[in-house]
Design a protein around this ligand. Structure first.
Ligand code: PGA
Length: 264
């Protein structure tokens, strides 16, 4: 199992930015920039998470131009299709060739009252439709003060993963709430410590093979200036990028972190 190679994932969470026309222009620029850089998508996977209203447009562009950028959604309903005004079912996303879906982002937990039970139900719904949930976990500044760096993230991870089927594929994103959108990223050492603890949690829940295979991303004020430090850590397998993913050139530089890693 030590031979497991985890392909890094750089994921752009656009949040509620960029309408569908802006989305098309953005993905075109991103793909040109990565093409110029001769980016190998098999070496570093790239995913964008546009708002729901952009998904169809971006899907059409990716298919027409045969672009290897993966499509992600920012949320989903935990329920099957039905009388649920405003909700989006996992199977609708799957039909749009969406591969990833974010669950448990702190902006959903804190802004929309989503608790661990809801996050777990959403992760299950995603897996049931063949989507890969990106399970976000992380502590607030006050929680860090009280419980230290890893305790909250570990409890949130356990709640989400415990009820998934044994063969479920998922990605973990460690996003300390105090680092999101603040410009004050965690240190690479702190990200590594929590990423390691999360991987050990997967080992105790799911066994060694799963713990070696699962990708753990860091998120929170990632930029092209600090990405290399995170990706140098042995247990950090990529990044969930918010603000810096809105500029295609900056996001492209983040995707090409290997150039900085080898240069550093
Ligand atoms: P940020 O957001 O990169 O703007 O800090 C990260 C996220 O919320 O996923």
């Amino acid at each position: 199992m030590s031979a497991t190679v985890r392909v890094p994932l750089i994921a752009g969470n656009w949040k509620m930015h960029l309408d569908h026309l802006q989305a098309i222009a953005h993905v075109q620029k991103l793909s040109w920039s990565l093409k110029d850089a001769k980016h190998d998508y098999a070496e570093v996977e790239v995913a964008v998470f546009p708002p729901f209203t952009d998904l169809r447009s971006v899907q059409t562009l990716l298919a027409a131009d045969k672009l290897a950028v993966r499509l992600g959604a920012q949320d989903l309903s935990p329920h099957a299709p039905g009388a649920l005004t405003g909700d989006i079912a996992a199977e609708f996303l799957a039909k749009l060739e969406v591969r990833y879906v974010i669950v448990g982002h702190s902006e959903r937990r804190n802004g929309h009252g989503e608790d661990d039970g809801t996050v777990a139900a959403k992760a299950r719904a995603a897996v049931a439709s063949g989507l890969v949930p990106v399970i976000c976990v992380g502590e607030t500044a006050a929680e860090r003060e009280e419980h230290g760096g890893a305790a909250i993230a570990l409890a949130q991870l356990e709640a989400a993963v415990a009820s998934l089927p044994a063969d479920a594929e998922y990605v973990i994103a460690y996003e300390p709430v105090w680092a999101i959108g603040s410009g004050a990223a965690a240190t690479p050492d702190d990200a590594q410590t929590v990423a390691r603890a999360l991987r050990e949690c997967v080992e105790s829940l799911r066994g060694e093979a799963d713990s070696l295979a699962v990708r753990v991303l860091y998120g929170g004020s990632v930029t092209s200036q600090n990405i290399a430090g995170f990706l140098r850590q042995p247990d950090v397998d990529g990044a969930l990028v918010g603000g810096a993913s809105l500029d295609p050139d900056e996001f492209s530089r983040i995707v090409q972190f290997r150039k900085h890693v080898t240069a550093g």
